[in-house]
Design a protein around this ligand. Structure first.
Ligand SMILES: Cc1cc2nc3c(=O)[nH]c(=O)nc-3n(C[C@H](O)[C@H](O)[C@H](O)COP(=O)(O)O)c2cc1C
Length: 204
């Protein structure tokens, strides 16, 4: 099927689809152009509307911008990830709040018992926090792109090191570290192949 026919059912305009998906890339290096707090707030005010189970919203974001903060983070990143983060004007540590249940009576008020009925067991609660927040990681990446910035997510790090360094309360777990900014010079390799529709979809 031609590209035009495939795209026809989309109601999102082409420029937005390109910005969010088709032209958006994961840079390996960044320009020094800063990322502002206004941009970050705009990103959050957009992505906060994306859905989570029980409306639980367990994602928490720690911003790493100063040289001192970068030093604390970079020593936990594996291999070339440290250089990638060093070049980014801003790095966000995306983590799951394992005590998201405490907000449930406020954010899911029509079923206030959810907190005790579904999440009183710590292991179940942790599993939920990680999976619900991981979904928000995806929203976060798209939100960054919606602000005209590039996101470079990374999971190549010492997770327990980052947790101890940035979340000493033991109530948060890192999910992804995301470099944010404008791409630098020669920022990426050739685009990697994606699976075809037929490889991914089936109907029963
Ligand atoms: C959750 C997640 C974790 C990733 N971890 C790393 C990483 O540790 N190091 C790295 O260089 N790239 C990492 N990547 C980047 C992916 O390899 C990249 O997004 C993918 O190959 C698509 O590249 P493209 O956006 O340029 O098409 C990660 C991407 C995601 C979404």
């Amino acid at each position: 099927m031609s590209e035009t026919l495939v795209r026809a059912p989309l109601v999102l305009d082409d420029a937005a689809a390109d910005l969010l998906f088709r032209d958006a890339r994961t840079p390996n290096n960044f320009s020094s152009e800063p990322v502002s707090d206004k941009q970050l707030r705009a990103i959050y005010e957009l992505i906060k509307w994306a859905p989570t189970a029980f409306n639980a919203q367990p994602l928490r974001v720690v911003l790493v911008r100063s040289a001192a903060a970068k030093d604390r983070l970079l020593r936990h990143l594996f291999g070339s990830n440290a250089e990638k983060a060093r070049s980014a004007p801003l790095v966000a540590i995306l983590a799951a709040d394992l005590r998201f249940d405490q907000e449930l009576p406020r954010v899911f008020p029509h079923f206030p018992q959810a907190k005790d009925v579904h999440f009183s067991d710590p292991a179940t609660r942790e599993e939920a926090a990680l999976s619900y927040a991981q979904l928000q990681v995806g929203y976060f990446i798209l939100g960054v792109r919606a602000a005209g910035l590039a996101a470079g997510p990374m999971i190549g790090y010492n997770a327990s090191g980052i947790d101890l360094e940035f979340f000493p309360d033991g109530e948060h777990k890192v999910l992804t570290v995301v470099n944010i900014g404008k791409p630098g010079d020669d920022p990426w390799f050739q685009r990697l192949p994606r699976l075809e529709y037929e490889e991914v979809f089936s109907e029963v």
